[in-house]
Design a protein around this ligand. Structure first.
Ligand SMILES: [Fe+2]
Ligand SMILES: [Fe+2]
Length: 251
């Protein structure tokens, strides 16, 4: 089932979150969020997801702005829940497809035939203009993927954080916005401790993020962080021990 939530709307700039859940297969399906940023007659699609959600996402983009207006599609990393439909999008649109450089050569295994369609992000990231504003691709390497970026939208001040901040919420208690960080923490804990590579990386990412004026952090799974919860999350993540810090728990 798909839900749409407008995260930001002012003038001609709009950010929309799509959320897919599968109540019938809740123990096997990982719920996902996708995002569309529209400014006037141009748009960026973020982490569009797998083939399981492709048709509905295509219809949503077509309805909200028109497929031909899609100028950029950004994949934060290579995972199937992020990039599983990259071949379909590369065929169906003429958008510039942006992804971490180290994953480009792997995309033929998702069925991408024309590698010229792909734009490789260098490790340090990039800044690109978008209408009157800009997007900043912030390195998020090893959080969790070795080649991984978060995307900052300078207009909405939203940070699209990929798997960082992801929560695995109980199916009977799914909410879209964090209202109590302490109560939310248990749903972050297991995912981040196991999927994120270590405190060296979480600390570096938080330092980079804090250099921007961030109002909202929106992850690819679970609920969005706004207002004081944005800072609460950054403080928690900065201190988190995870991955290699806990090596004896998994070896
Ligand atoms: Fe992932
Ligand atoms: Fe994910």
């Amino acid at each position: 089932m798909k839900e749409e939530l407008v995260l930001y709307e002012e003038g001609a700039h709009k950010c929309i979150m799509f959320s897919f859940d599968d109540e019938e297969h809740e123990d096997r399906f990982l719920s996902v969020n996708q995002f569309l940023i529209i400014q006037k007659d141009t748009a960026m699609l973020i982490d569009p997801g797998s083939q399981a959600v492709y048709d509905e996402m295509y219809d949503a983009v077509e309805r909200l702005i028109g497929i031909d207006k899609l100028k950029f599609i950004f994949f934060s990393h290579q995972d199937p829940d992020v990039a599983g439909s990259i071949a379909e999008w590369s065929i169906a649109t003429s958008a510039k497809i942006i992804l971490p450089g180290i994953w480009v050569r792997f995309m033929s295994h998702y069925g991408v035939m024309d590698m010229n369609r792909l734009t490789a992000l260098p490790d340090h990231g990039a800044k690109i203009p978008f209408g009157e504003n800009y997007f900043q691709f912030i390195p998020a390497h090893f959080l969790h993927s070795p080649g991984n970026f978060s995307l900052y939208d300078s207009r909405s001040k939203i940070l699209f954080s990929g798997d960082i901040g992801a929560a695995v919420l109980p199916p009977q208690d799914v909410y879209k916005e964090v209202t109590d960080f302490e109560a939310h923490q248990p749903f972050l804990e297991g995912f981040h401790r196991r999927y994120m590579a270590g405190n060296t990386f979480t600390r570096k990412w938080v330092e980079k993020v804090r250099a921007h004026d961030v109002d909202m952090i929106v992850p690819q799974h679970g609920a969005v962080f706004k207002d004081e919860h944005t800072d609460a999350f950054l403080t928690w993540f900065e201190e988190l021990k995870c991955g290699g810090d806990l090596i004896d728990e998994i070896y």
